[in-house]
Write a protein that binds this ligand. Sequence first.
Ligand code: GLV
Ligand code: MN
Ligand code: MN
Length: 424
Amino acid sequence: MNAPTPPSSLTPVGPRINSHRLWEHVCAMARIGATAKGGVNRQALTAEDTQGKTLLLQWASRRGYQTSIDPIGNLFIRRPGRNPGLSPVLTGSHLDSQPTGGRFDGVYGVLAGFEVLETLDDHGMETERPIELVVWMNEEGSRFPPPTMGSAVAAGALPLADALAIKDVSGIDVESALKAQVAELPVLEKRPLGMSGFAYIEAHIEQGPILENQACDVGIVTGIQGLHAYEIQLLGAEAHAGTTPLRHRKDALVAATTLIGYLRAAIDDPEDILRFTVGRLEVYPGSPNTVPGRVTFNIDLRHPDPDSLLRAGETILRLCAGEIEGCPVSAKVLLRSTPITFDDRVVATVRKAASGRAMKFLDIVSGATHDAKYTAQHIPTGMIFVPCEKGISHNEAENAREVDVAAGAQVLCDAMLAIMSEPL
Ligand code: GLV
Ligand code: MN
Ligand code: MN
């Protein structure tokens, strides 16, 4: 939906953000875990992730903000309000990246939120409510699946103990990686798990081509499509590659590729709305001259309609059972998050903020997943998207323009201030 052109008498509500500073911060974070191809590799709970969080905490400490951490490693940076008894207005996103990630996915929302806090300081503005910036732990889920782990645990959708026990491919679990990270960070106040606040607004790059194609300044996000994550395992038998006839093998990799073919065919969507991805496959023991004895792979499944998503999920579970080519198959559900519709009043506030700055905008449903889907279960939530070049994301070539980055942060600042005065 395109907004009507705002009347010229419409004046913006808030102070101007410092777009130069915001861009400098984006560039500084992009140097941490920088890859040769211009992207970043700052996966959750790695040394690079720790470096990124350390830098942000240094900036926060210069401003005197209060900092705390919860048991799953979500970080909170708080700018106090006049009335400490009131629940905070929240913003946030994530600093972790894909292994071949870009310079904007997640980190942009964190830095846009930080820019709001600093802008208020620059203008000597007190707010009634505290404002809190959250850095969610392990949004990407590339090293430790599933994605949005920190917000899922905070929302009570994933038990803490289950999350802490999840291992990466080298056998390191979240618990020990998190302990190592916390030991490296400055001392932080400990806070209990939980998800509460007056409102939550997250800024993010779109990660798709719609806003750029329609020459929009920002997107008003109305919801997030659903996501299921599954882990599938096939058990074969290791055998000698030179001596074992093909007919006598239980080759877990051959069985896995056959199964993936069946799955794709069984859930084929002629409308191409359903998203089915196998992005990680582990072959054991991973030796060129041993027939694979075990394969584990992950399925990422998404759809904006809850029933279609559930149906496809049931098909996956039905096919990933029994035996295939002599190899027993089992499936584990890692995550089942239903499509989310954001709070009407928060969405309207974000729309009004964009309109107040005479921006061109569009309502949009997010194809990517975000921690906002879990905040939405407990806190009135909305999101702001900014265009990214050719919609490229989860790719080192991911790019966004300084002017768009600034526009999104400005809308975030205006919307957060506006929402404070609303009786939600
Ligand atoms: C987020 O990283 C997603 O996978 O959508
Ligand atoms: Mn993201
Ligand atoms: Mn991502």
